[in-house]
Design a binder for this molecule. Structure first.
Ligand code: DX5
Ligand code: ZN
Length: 221
């Protein structure tokens, strides 16, 4: 599996968003993770399609991963696709016809992903594995950056990896130099990091460090 590192824009300085997007792109990270919150599915609001469009404008070649933490994602798939989302992630706990919406994401030419909250068992996503390109395992309760990694979620990553050996598995929440290694060893190959990466004076060194640490950890028996 290809290891990917994705800075989460939620942890950026919102006073300098364009510069922060350029900083993330220049760091050598693989894609930008954009967290969309509706104050209903999660107890917080973040930003909407305009920020996805801003990302496309200032960094057109930087892949845009859109994580929808919305109760009713079906209402917003088209606005986010129109704004430049390239992967759209919807939650298995959302109020929608998941088969239909995953298919609609793909029919727009985008990668489709299914996300699951810490308390949701791995089995909940099994019926959708054939219809999505990646699975996002939340390792914090969604809604806020800067929370502590929930290690109890690690066996869930392993269970999904066992069931879907070739699928991209993303881990999101509380990722830093230590927890990235734990997640990669459990089977995740896409690592989202918000506060850890945006909090660095040298984001490029931190991205390279995460990549090297995970690659080394995976080489060890
Ligand atoms: C949480 C979001 C995460 C968040 C991660 O609801 O889905 O993407 O930005 O932030 P850190 O890496 O700070 O835990
Ligand atoms: Zn996220």
């Amino acid at each position: 599996m290809v290891l990917q590192i994705l800075p989460s824009l939620l942890a950026a300085d919102f006073g300098s968003l364009a510069d922060e997007i350029r900083r993330a792109e220049a760091s050598g990270a693989d894609a930008l993770h954009l967290d969309i919150m509706d104050a209903h599915f999660v107890p917080n609001l973040s930003f909407g399609p305009d920020v996805v469009a801003l990302s496309r404008r200032v960094a057109p070649g930087f892949f845009r991963h859109v994580h929808l933490m919305l109760t009713r994602p079906a209402l917003y798939l088209d606005p986010f696709a129109d704004a430049g989302a390239q992967t759209i992630q919807i939650h298995v706990e959302a109020d929608c016809d998941l088969h239909a919406e995953l298919s609609r994401i793909r029919s727009r030419g985008l990668r489709a992903a299914i996300a699951l909250n810490p308390e949701t068992p791995a089995e909940a996503v099994f019926p959708y594995l054939g219809e999505c390109d990646e699975v996002l395992v939340m390792t914090v309760h969604p809604g806020y950056g800067g929370q502590s990694f929930i290690a109890d979620c690690l066996p869930k990553i392993s269970a999904i990896r066992k069931r879907a050996p070739a699928k991209d598995i993303m881990v999101d929440g509380g990722i830093n130099a230590d927890t990235a290694i734990q997640a990669a060893r459990a089977g995740a190959n896409q690592l989202v990091a918000g506060s850890y990466l945006f909090g660095q004076a040298d984001m490029a060194a931190a991205v390279a460090g995460l990549r090297q640490a995970c690659t080394d950890a995976l080489r060890q028996p």
